[in-house]
Unconditional design. Structure first.
Length: 266
């Protein structure tokens, strides 16, 4: 139930908007949705709705951006809810909608199965593809190479973690960048510059990954060892939390006495 005209779209409203576009504009297989969001009423209209007390029954509209992967053409539509009438349907020639989460995942899966990338990784001594992550980014239109003009282009970094529990972004495999047509989900080019070497550190997230000592976690709400609080910028907090990232170990094997990043709160 909608309590206020500015409430976000409900799951049912998302379905209604998508169904209307599929029914009225043929947005079916081979299309993707970049976004579906609420069209907020104008302030004057909102005041009238609030004054009348009919907010839950007010007419709502959804703004949707979608594109056809077959020809790369994008469209912007306004859909009336719950009826599903198409209020506007605007062609967006030359524009590329934002890269979506499903594209990101599909691209990662495609690249990790591609023989060219598999071979390039093997040259770097990486054979366990389950520890590889490709991270695709969209090309700004202004820097798309001429031979790829008009394509929905992605440029990817490649990362490798040294353990199953390691940080997916532990090691950047420099010099290795797949170029992808995201509409066809095909590898167009593989920028492959031989690396100068690989870092010696593991790049793991946990204390145990660099020191072998491991760590223990104190459950939330447990009494603090040594007292009820810890000093922080001149104050004491009886209930506290922290999130800290330690700096890399020193050459002597011990941790440095400085935090790379940290946050405290109560």
């Amino acid at each position: 139930m909608i309590a206020h005209p500015l409430d976000p779209l409900t799951a049912e409203e998302f379905r209604q908007a998508a169904a209307a576009l599929r029914r009225e504009r043929g947005v079916g297989p081979g299309w993707r949705f970049a976004s579906i969001e609420l069209v907020e009423p104008a302030k004057d209209a909102l005041r009238m709705i609030e004054a009348s007390g009919t907010g839950s029954a007010a007419q709502r509209e959804a703004l949707a951006v979608c594109w056809n992967t077959a020809d790369g053409q994008a469209y912007r539509a306004v859909v009336s809810l719950p009826g599903g009438a198409i209020v506007t349907w605007e062609h967006l020639p030359g524009q590329q909608p934002n890269v979506t989460v499903d594209e990101w995942h599909e691209c990662d899966e495609m690249l990790r199965d591609h023989p060219a990338l598999v071979a390039a990784l093997a040259e770097r001594g990486v054979t366990d593809l389950s520890r590889v992550l490709t991270d695709v980014w969209a090309y700004p239109t202004s820097v798309v190479p001429k031979r790829y003009q008009g394509l929905r282009l992605g440029w990817s970094d490649v990362w490798y973690r040294s353990s199953e529990q390691g940080n997916p972004y532990a090691h950047h495999l420099s010099g290795l960048h797949p170029v992808v047509d995201l509409n066809r989900m095909e590898l167009l080019d593989l920028e492959d510059t031989p690396p100068a070497g690989s870092p010696g550190r593991t790049g793991g997230c946990g204390w145990a990954s660099t020191t072998g000592r491991g760590w223990s976690c104190i459950p939330s709400g447990s009494p603090m060892p040594g007292g009820s609080g810890r000093s922080r910028t001149g104050s004491r907090s009886p209930r506290w939390w922290s999130r800290t990232g330690t700096s890399p170990p020193t050459t002597t094997g011990g941790p440095r006495s400085i935090s790379a990043s940290g946050a405290w709160g109560s």
